[in-house]
Every structure is written in structure tokens, then in C-alpha cells.
Design a binder for this molecule. Structure first.
Ligand SMILES: Cc1cc2nc3c(=O)[nH]c(=O)nc-3n(C[C@H](O)[C@H](O)[C@H](O)COP(=O)(O)O)c2cc1C
Length: 211
């Protein structure tokens, strides 16, 4: 599909069918992730394509309590939102709860891993949270999401499982020097799937020459 169309309709799709992903489609979305740029072209990321039923259930069991803990705080925040935003947030929360109880059914969960020891993290000594390392992984995640969008597959970037990284590493036999930074459930959408997104106007996000 047209690239700008794909980008501007790539929203979080959390209601996913159990239907399998055809092998050739799966091959294309995995390949797309590998085309992403990385610092020094080191490609310090790997993806585990989790398809095993037991492992998907184990990931869901770790994910669900964090989603359930997240919901009340967000509901509180929703009270101060305009009505239209409240309605769309309610739909997103309900879809999130659907995902948290159906993650074991999705055909694929892409678990993105990274190895900081082979990354040049140029902001590592700054007196703030370091983010540059993520720049060698999240472009691959975004390529993967866009490829899913292109194939008509629903998907959502999630990070709540990072709270349980040690247990995720254990379940998926991730080596000691590799860590996790994104978990992307993928499947054909139950409802309309991707579509319109709500974002701040470009004038608020981008300025010329000065902040
Ligand atoms: C870094 C990051 C972490 C996220 N973590 C989660 C998550 O753990 N669970 C979830 O359901 N959605 C997660 N999301 C999806 C966002 O909530 C979603 O993209 C955002 O609310 C905008 O919604 P939209 O993409 O449908 O427009 C995450 C997105 C990003 C970029």
C-alpha cells in the first residue's frame, strides 16, 4: 500500500484473531524488520517469533496483571478528557483488556531483544535517561509494524512485559547478555483493524531553527 497511507493509519490493533498467518506473509514481515538502520550497522537486535502455544500463554499470564494494574489509573485520567476522547479511550481500554485475555490465541508474538554490549550508546554518560540505544532497535520494530499494516495484519507495540524481563528471558531462553524492549502481538483484526489515528498537529511537534 501507499507509504503515507500506511503510516497515517498505523494504529494499535489489540483485538486479533487466532487465524494463522500464511508462511509467505510471515516471511515478508520478518524480512522487513531486518531492513532497519542501526548504529554502525551493528544490528544489535534479534527478534523471537513466538508461535508456541505454551509460551504465548506464559507471556499472557505475565502481561495480564500489569494491564489490569494500568487500567484504573488511565480511567481516572479519562475523567478530565473531552467526551469524544473519553469514548475512544474507553474503546482502546476495552480492546486492551481483550488483548490481555486473548494474547495466547494470537498466531505470533514478536519479542524484540537487544544486546547493549554491541551498541555505541552516545548518550550513555548524560545525566538523564539514556535513549540512543533504543534507536538501534525501534526502527526495526516500526518497520515490522508497517509491514504488518501493509499485509492487513493487526499489531500493537507493547512494553508492559519489560517489567518482567527476567521471567520472559527464562521462558524464551534469552542469553544473559541480551535483553527485551518490545513485544508485538500480530494477527488478523477481529474488527476494522488499522484506521484513523489521533495525533498532535505538526506545528506543535516541529519547529524551525529554534525549539
Ligand atoms: C513505547 C510504547 C509502548 C507501548 N506499550 C503498550 C502496552 O504495553 N500495551 C498496549 O496495549 N499498548 C501499548 N502501546 C500502544 C500505545 O498505547 C498506542 O500506540 C497509543 O495509545 C496510540 O494509540 P494508536 O496507536 O491506536 O493511535 C505502546 C506504544 C509505544 C510506542
Amino acid at each position: 500500500m501507499e507509504l503515507y497511507e500506511a503510516m497515517s493509519t498505523l494504529r494499535a490493533v489489540r483485538r486479533l484473531k487466532a487465524d494463522p498467518i500464511p508462511e509467505e506473509v510471515q516471511g515478508r514481515i520478518l524480512q522487513a524488520a531486518t531492513w532497519a538502520p542501526t548504529g554502525g550497522n551493528m544490528q544489535p537486535w534479534r527478534m523471537i517469533a513466538v508461535t508456541d502455544a505454551g509460551n504465548k500463554q506464559a507471556l499472557e499470564d505475565l502481561y495480564r496483571p500489569y494491564w489490569e494494574a494500568y487500567v484504573p489509573g488511565y480511567e481516572e485520567k479519562m475523567k478530565s478528557m473531552p467526551e469524544a476522547a473519553q469514548a475512544s479511550s474507553r474503546r482502546a481500554l476495552d480492546a486492551g483488556t481483550y488483548l490481555a485475555t486473548h494474547m495466547h490465541e494470537v498466531p505470533l508474538i514478536a519479542v524484540f531483544c537487544f544486546n547493549p554490549s554491541i551498541m555505541t550508546i552516545t548518550d550513555i554518560d548524560q545525566p538523564r535517561t539514556s535513549v540512543v540505544g533504543g534507536g538501534s532497535v525501534y526502527p526495526a520494530v516500526q518497520n515490522f509494524l508497517l509491514a504488518c499494516r501493509n499485509e492487513g495484519l493487526g499489531c500493537v507495540l507493547t512494553t508492559l512485559l519489560c517489567y518482567e524481563e527476567a521471567k520472559v528471558k527464562d521462558i524464551l531462553s534469552i542469553p544473559e547478555d541480551w535483553y527485551t524492549c518490545a513485544h508485538v502481538p500480530v494477527g488478523y483484526p477481529v474488527l476494522g483493524g488499522h484506521g484513523s489515528i489521533r495525533r498532535k498537529p505538526v506545528e506543535e511537534m516541529v519547529s524551525f531553527n529554534q525549539f
